[in-house]
Structure formats: C-alpha cells, structure tokens
Design a protein around this ligand. Structure first.
Ligand SMILES: NC(=O)c1ccc[n+]([C@@H]2O[C@H](COP(=O)([O-])OP(=O)(O)OC[C@H]3O[C@@H](n4cnc5c(N)ncnc54)[C@H](OP(=O)(O)O)[C@@H]3O)[C@@H](O)[C@H]2O)c1
Length: 274
C-alpha cells in the first residue's frame, strides 16, 4: 500500500490537478519538504509522472463516481491527510452572448461543484491540525469580462471556502484560499489563444515554481485569504465595494495590461528563438 519511503515521511499531502503546471510544481516542492505526496489526476489527459508524486489517484472532477472512488483510494493510501491542496481548475473563455452550455457546466463542475463534493468525501480523513488550501484566482475577487463562468465559479469557491472555514474552526482544521495572479502554465496559454481577459497581464505572469513556494508559505500563516500582494488585496476589495470606481479605473488598467501582454509575447518569442 505504501511507497517505500512512506515511513520516513510522516506528513501526508494530497494535491488535485497534480498533472498541471502549478500542481506539479507543488508536488515537487512538497516532496522536497518531506511530505509523502498523493497526486490526483484525470484518467485521460496529461499523464501524471511518477517522478513528481509518491502515489497517484485517478480523479475526474466532472464525474461523481470517479470522485467517490478517488476519495476511497486516498483513504486507502493514507488514513490521515495533513495538507490537501485543491489545485485542479479549468477555463474556457467565452462571452456570455456565445456561451456553450456544456463548456459552462464543465467549468462550474471542475472549479466548484466537484471541489465541494471531493471536500465532503475527504473530510473524515482530515484530523485536528490539518489544513485545506483552495487554489482560487484573482478572478475570484475581480470580475473578468469574457470569462464570466470562470469568474462565477471562483467567486463561488471563495464563498464555499469562507463558510467551510467557519464550520471546521471548532474542529481545529484550517481552511484557506490563495488568489494567484497570472501564472505561466497551459491554462494561461489557452486563455491567450482563446481571447481571455487582457487583465491577466496587469503584472508579469509568474512561474509555477514561484507560485508553489508562495502557496506552501501561506500554509504557515494564519490568514484565511492570501493575495500576491497587499496592493492586490486592497484594490480588489475596493473594486468589489465600488463597481463605479472599478469602471473608472478600467480604461487605465486595460491600457496597462495590453502593454504587459505585448511585453509577455515579445519575451516568449525571444525565448523561443534563443
Ligand atoms: N495559470 C494561471 O494563470 C492561474 C491563475 C490563477 C489561478 N489559477 C488556478 O490555479 C489552478 C491550477 O491551474 P494551472 O495554471 O496549473 O492550470 P493547468 O496547468 O491547466 O492545470 C490544470 C489542472 O487541472 C486538472 N483538471 C482539469 N480538468 C479536470 C477534471 N475534469 N478533473 C480533474 N482534474 C482536472 C488538469 O488535469 P489534466 O492534466 O488531466 O488536464 C490539470 O492537472 C487552477 O485552479 C486555476 O484556476 C491559475
């Protein structure tokens, strides 16, 4: 049942989306920090390389049977979980006017409903002192035109995490969320190709390894919600409080982000030709 090094690694971490850009970097880092890592990945899609995890479990967040089986497999692999990082996610940028119902439903299932179902299923393995981290997005606090379904799913995830935090506080199980800006992964590439919001480029996209470090660092903090900077946290709060202020700032932010996107494209072309 256990990987041979299981005994030497006492802390158990589970990472969903372990085959993705951020998830994979997080698995690597957790293993370096001495965790025994269970990685969740879909049956189909990119293979979950055994080099990045100690144990892999198949889990499709759009399939209730797969979710239930994954929860059983996790508990079979380890009776307790110290850290669960929900990292799987999907985006399909589309204006609401041309929204395809199946793509909309899939995003809500992967980013929100499946996360709630899996959380419910693994709770019995979460003991006092354990920690659940949800990988949200700036889209969870800032409306992204053109990605309204993704925005809605991440706003929903924020509410779910905040309510769960209150539920689990008496059991001394920590719940927190991280809200990264843009990250250099296949998700960002897809957004760029499919006309996602230019506001992703308000600041330069970060590398997944840096984001993984940051996510893990937040696990040592007491904060329930973690933003890349106090600046992001302050302005997102202000924008939600005053949509009028957001509208006023939008032209300036869009111009700034367009310049950021052009810079990012130039750098990618330069790196590809080097
Ligand atoms: N990249 C960014 O700019 C950015 C910014 C803010 C927040 N985030 C958030 O960070 C998280 C990780 O994103 P990423 O950038 O690492 O994206 P990514 O490289 O595209 O990885 C996405 C992960 O989600 C998994 N996934 C997709 N559909 C699934 C399904 N039906 N069931 C189970 N797993 C599924 C993928 O598995 P497969 O390998 O099988 O496809 C993959 O492991 C997401 O929650 C995302 O919303 C990303």
């Amino acid at each position: 049942m256990f990987h041979e090094s299981r005994e030497s690694r006492r802390k158990v971490a589970v990472v969903s989306g372990a085959s993705g850009g951020i998830g994979r970097a997080l698995c690597d880092l957790l293993r370096q920090r001495g965790y025994w890592v269970i990685g969740l990945a879909r049956a189909q899609g990119r293979a979950l390389d055994a080099a990045h995890v100690d144990h892999s479990v198949t889990c499709d967040l759009t399939d209730a049977a797969s979710l239930a089986e994954a929860a059983r497999a996790i508990r079979h692999a380890s009776e307790h979980i110290d850290l669960f990082v929900f990292c799987a996610g999907a985006i399909a940028p589309q204006p609401v006017a041309t929204l395809q119902a199946d793509l909309a439903l899939e995003q809500v299932q992967i980013n929100l409903v499946g996360v709630m179902q899996l959380t419910h299923a693994i709770l019995p393995a979460m003991a006092e002192g354990s920690h659940i981290i949800y990988t949200n997005s700036m889209a969870g606090v800032f409306p992204l035109a053109g990605s309204s379904v993704y925005t809605a799913s991440k706003f929903g995830l924020r509410g779910f995490a905040l309510a769960l935090e209150q539920e689990l506080r008496p059991r001394k199980i920590r719940v927190s969320s991280v809200f990264p800006g843009s990250v250099n992964t296949s998700m960002l590439m897809k957004e760029m190709e499919q006309g996602g919001s230019v506001l992703n480029f308000m600041s330069a996209p970060q590398e997944p390894e840096a984001i993984a470090e940051w996510i893990l660092a937040t696990s040592h903090k007491k904060r329930v919600e973690n933003f890349p900077s106090s600046f992001d946290s302050f302005f997102c709060t202000l924008f939600l409080w005053s949509p009028r202020f957001l509208r006023l700032c939008m032209p300036l932010m869009t111009a700034w982000a367009k310049a950021g996107r052009a810079r990012y494209r130039r750098n990618r072309l330069k790196n590809a030709s080097d």
